[in-house]
Design a protein around this ligand. Structure first.
Ligand code: SF4
Length: 746
């Protein structure tokens, strides 16, 4: 391309869940300016500092452009065929000798942010046929999937707060002014919160830290880490106790109400108050305010999910919305309708089950086809049949992002073989024998399959690649891995997977008596899709067969990929609408409020409440707007300025330990210790200390020059792999008991 060619392109930012529209000024092969797309139908010009840095990731000299193979202990560049051949030669004999479960897979969050992750990871897993599948879901969001599965019958049926129409938003453990929203896709979260207050509504934040979000709210309440389920049960108790329960529009679709009423009896606000640190009258007031505000909603996120009662807290959040009549109504908690989703066949379905198999070492139940990542090191370290000897990571950095990571790092050293699909040689992929780098974000087409299903407004946008990829696309890389693991060989062409996937999808519709395509000729449909890369071809079929689609001519004017391509600022599909009961997939076709597993958890919560609470310090994490877990620390503009990896501590706690601002302290937990600078900060609840996650760069062999210069410490050296949320297997990352002491001057 002529280096003087200037063009303006529009693109959805895929760096976080908010899906902001970007306007990129491109000169030749460089992005010379990135700003918010003022015409984007959803974000209206909003952008955060990460979005402006999207080109810096593309241009990062440390971003890998060619595969690396480990030779004599060093990573050296190789060509693609050589890299795939190496994988075939080393992985297949291992699988032959030790069985399919001898390989584990870890899927990182980026897989949720691109088409290849949405469509091509599954064939890799299918061809590996291992039960040792792990992902970032069990460090951040599995409780939400489990509670949704139990209540509504499907783990993907997640209600989101309808923040554009609410007048009362109660947020627990969420800090969207730093995270930009999570399991709630809402570009310009700050502006949307301001709008609630501008129209006379109220925002209340419950958090052990007075976060930026808390400071922007009408009210902030400190809560002791890990006790949110108690506080929420106190509110549920108050609704029953004060006869405020009114199920509203879902009243004919709910079962188990009496069981919840009985179970809530022992959680009076006055009883839970000392444990939570929120007084009983305040808990009652919040319950009354929720009930009395016609358009009100409760939203809980990572702080309440990454604890030992994570699923219970997630369940209680939704149950509060249901009992207060806020589910499935404008301004309450509503279900988005994604453009590429398959129309619901409900109400009614097979429901949601976990525990179809157990982990080998600790006997932990499978959830959503995965095992808890907190037990990954157990599976690698413990000898015996099915011991994990090989490892495949796809877009993840578990060495920094999973609990007790010191132990996992040691286990990675002893593997027989490891493959990483990653744009970086990071703290995890430095252990890999082969690293396969996918193209940069700007070298791929993009449609956010995951987050349009969690969006506070129904929208759809597709972004074509800005630049041509230097190597194979990520879908080609994953397809070739799937073909190797499936025995078709390293020379097999990715198209050998694309064509059957597309045909399978089309034939599924053609053969479905309820589909508008029923009885049509599959070849004729495939011809209409035309020549497109594999993921885009699948997307086009899904969009056309989705709730707004043109059904290949059956619904003229409906949505298709060509139509999205013609609308670079996206298409607004309207405000969220009521979806109960058609969305319910439980066997009863009802919202099942009181599954047995939840009632058992309530008994456990009751016992916990009756027991002694430890009185030492506990550790919580924290987010920063310029950071996204571990992988954006190699961008200078995002790590510049004051060091952010500090231990925040309340002044009283610091004084008690003779610690001053800037002093280096040793933080010690049951599993490890780190040394880190102290930041004395009155925004913390006394008894709580906070360390951000995703740091700890500068490991030997990693190739992240900028990140290494801003190394920080890895908070997961302190988090413990043993305690878990039992229903979801989610790691406990908040409320970790720690001791903090000054480092002696010598
Ligand atoms: S908020 Fe998220 S989607 Fe929006 S610009 Fe920032 S990183 Fe990108």
């Amino acid at each position: 391309m002529n280096s003087n060619t200037h063009r303006t392109v529009f693109r959805t930012c895929s760096l976080c869940e908010a899906t902001c529209g970007l306007e990129l000024q491109v000169e030749g092969d460089r992005v010379v300016r990135a700003r918010g797309d003022s015409e984007d139908v959803f974000s209206h010009g909003y952008i955060c500092p990460k979005g402006t840095a999207i080109a810096a990731i593309h241009e990062d000299p440390d971003r890998l452009r060619r595969p690396l193979i480990r030779r004599n202990g060093q990573h050296v560049e190789a060509d693609w065929d050589e890299a795939f051949a190496e994988i075939e030669q080393r992985m297949l004999p291992l699988l032959e000798e030790h069985g399919r479960n001898s390989v584990a897979v870890y899927l990182g969050n980026p897989n949720a942010h691109h088409l290849a992750g949405s469509f091509y990871v599954r064939p890799v897993l299918k061809s590996l046929r291992t039960r040792n599948i792990f992902s970032a879901s069990t460090v951040d969001q599995m409780p939400k999937h489990v509670s949704s599965g139990l209540l509504f019958g499907s783990p993907g049926t997640i209600p989101v707060p309808d923040i554009d129409r609410t007048d009362f938003l109660l947020m627990l453990g969420a800090n969207p002014l730093e995270s930009n929203g999570s399991l709630c896709t809402a570009p310009d979260f700050p502006g949307r919160l301001k709008a609630i207050r501008a129209r006379g509504g109220r925002v209340v934040v419950v958090d052990p830290r007075k976060t930026r979000t808390a400071r922007a709210a009408d009210e902030h309440l400190f809560v002791r880490p890990g006790t949110d389920a108690m506080l929420l049960m106190g509110m549920i108790h108050a609704l029953f106790d004060e006869e405020l329960v009114d199920l509203g529009s879902v009243k004919d679709h709910v079962q188990g109400l009496d069981s919840v009423r009985v179970a809530a009896k022992s959680f009076s606000p006055e009883r839970v108050a000392p444990a939570c640190g929120v007084d009983g009258e305040t808990i009652r007031r919040l319950a009354r305010e929720l009930a009395a505000t016609e358009r009100g909603v409760v939203y809980g996120r990572i702080g309440i999910h990454t604890v030992g009662f994570g699923t219970l807290a997630s369940w209680a959040t939704d149950v509060l919305n249901i009992l207060a009549g806020k589910l499935d109504r404008p301004g309450g908690a509503m279900f988005p309708l994604a453009a590429h989703s398959r129309p619901s066949k409900g109400p009614g379905g097979r429901g949601f089950k976990t525990g179809r198999w157990q982990s080998r070492v600790r006997g932990l139940p499978e959830v959503l086809g995965e095992l808890p990542v907190a037990t990954l090191a157990d599976e690698m370290e413990t000898p015996g049949d099915d011991q994990v000897r090989a490892f495949v990571t796809i877009g993840g950095n578990p060495a920094l992002s999973t609990p007790d990571s010191g132990r996992l790092e040691a286990a990675l050293e002893n593997l027989d073989f490891m493959v990483s699909v990653d744009i970086y040689c990071n703290e995890t992929s430095r252990h890999a024998d082969v690293i396969l780098p996918p193209p940069s974000l700007l070298e791929r087409g993009h449609f956010d399959c995951s987050f349009v299903g969690l969006s506070v407004r129904n929208v759809a946008n597709y972004s074509p690649p800005v630049f041509e990829a230097e190597g194979p696309s990520e879908s080609e890389i994953l397809a070739r891995l799937a073909l190797i693991f499936g025995g078709q060989g390293a020379q097999a062409d990715a198209s050998e997977l694309d064509a059957p996937m597309l045909r399978g999808l089309v034939e599924g519709h053609v053969g479905d008596p309820e589909s508008p395509l029923h009885g049509r000729d599959a070849d004729e449909i495939i011809a209409q899709v035309g020549e497109r890369p594999g993921p885009e071809a699948l997307l086009d079929v899904m969009l056309r067969m989705g709730p707004y689609g043109d059904a290949f001519g059956e619904k003229p004017g409906g949505l298709s990929l060509p139509q999205l391509e013609a609308h670079p600022h996206g298409i607004d599909l309207g405000a969220l609408e009521a979806r109960v009961p058609e969305i319910l997939a439980t066997p009863s076709a009802q919202i099942e409020l009181a599954p047995e597993s939840i009632l058992r958890e309530l008994d456990r919560l009751d016992e916990k409440l009756a027991g002694e609470e430890p009185d030492g310090l506990v550790l919580v994490g924290r987010r920063h707007l310029r950071s996204n877990n571990s992988w954006m620390h190699n961008v200078s503009s995002l790590v510049a300025g004051q060091t952010r990896c500090t231990l925040q501590m309340h002044p009283d706690d610091a004084e008690e330990r003779s610690l001053q601002a800037g002093a280096i302290a040793e933080v010690r937990s049951r599993v490890g210790s780190v040394e880190v600078a102290v930041e004395v900060n009155a925004d913390l609840m006394p008894g709580v200390v906070s360390l951000p996650h995703g740091w700890g760069h500068g490991q030997p062999g990693a190739r992240l020059e900028v990140a290494a210069a801003h190394g920080g410490v890895n908070s997961n050296r302190l988090t413990d792999g043993l305690p878990l949320d039992p229903l979801s297997g989610n790691a406990v990352l908040n409320g970790i008991p720690v001791e903090v002491a000054p480092i002696a001057a010598d």
